[in-house]
Design a protein around this ligand. Structure first.
Ligand code: PLP
Length: 277
């Protein structure tokens, strides 16, 4: 297998050669934020939106970051990889402690890490499980503190699921690594943004595309019973694109993969998402 191109603290190398201190706060506290930036046919998809969200996540955890340097590194990684389609994972960590301590020093130096891999943007039909959302209350920050997502998704994997749909006391939030949409009576519904949901870039692109084409998209507060009335449901993310849900294993309800509203949304999305400039 080809070596994975990576960059650590500004130094480009193969991923295998990178060594990180166990006192990196990414390791001890998940005191870090990240982005996954897709590119397709050698063009980034929504580059500025991803970079802006990284900046917002940094502000959310009181971290100063050099956006110009990060943007340049992300571009250099894709160029050096010579890949046509894939994504860059880029993480910014508060830095390395002298000794593990919740309270960080003011002089700590930010640690950056990125790598680039190939990715096929193909539609995958998925099975999901409904789970309680047990995450912290700032899921709008794209932090690497993802234990709630990890535990839920691995519980779902045991039931042959690819993803989860999470809820707080029956109020739908999002999936483990994607945002949730569902359709009913030719309208499209998605949980509105708040601290409990990551503002997905793909979510936002899809909403814009659909509204531009006259499809009604309602952002609001929805519960599990609303989902039980849906004709179709799907998840969105930068790497999944739109992933139609064939079944929710622990919910009595059937979803229609041939639903006309879903098919229209998917067609419009594929046209718009992969042809952005
Ligand atoms: N929600 C969560 C929890 C995620 O981890 C992700 C992506 O990783 C998304 C939503 C989708 O975000 P985006 O469309 O920006 O990839």
């Amino acid at each position: 297998m080809d070596q994975i191109k990576a960059v650590f603290n500004g130094k480009f190398d193969n991923l295998d050669n990178i060594r990180v201190s166990p006192l990196s706060r990414a390791y001890t506290f998940s005191d870090s934020i990240y982005e996954v930036i897709p590119f397709y046919k050698s063009e980034f998809i929504a580059f500025d939106e991803h970079i802006n969200r990284l900046q917002k996540s940094a502000l959310g955890i009181n971290l100063q970051i050099d956006m110009k340097k990060i943007s340049e590194e992300v571009h250099s990684l894709t160029l050096s990889s010579q890949l046509e389609s894939g994504y860059v994972y880029y993480q910014v960590t508060r830095g390395q402690d002298i000794i593990r301590s919740h309270m960080y020093s003011d002089n700590i130096e930010v640690e950056t890490f990125g790598y680039v891999v190939a990715h096929e943007f193909e539609t995958k039909i998925i099975q999901v499980m409904l789970c309680k959302d047990s995450r912290w209350r700032r899921c709008d920050i794209k932090s690497t503190s993802l234990l709630g997502n990890v535990l839920n998704m691995n519980k779902a994997r045991l039931e042959n699921c690819d993803e989860v749909i999470m809820h707080n006391n029956d109020i739908l939030t999002e999936a483990g690594a994607s945002n949730l949409f569902f359709a009913k009576d030719k309208k499209v519904f998605t949980p509105s943004l708040d601290n409990n949901i990551l503002p997905g870039i793909t979510r936002s692109i899809l909403i814009t595309i659909l509204r531009d084409q006259g499809i009604e998209v309602i952002e609001g507060c929805f519960n599990v019973f609303d989902l039980q009335k849906a004709s179709s449901a799907w998840l969105t993310s930068s790497t999944k694109g739109i992933a139609p849900i064939k079944n929710i294993v622990n919910l009595e309800h059937s979803l229609d993969l041939e639903d006309s509203t879903f098919k229209k949304c998917k067609e419009l999305f594929d046209d718009g998402f992969f042809n952005q400039k």
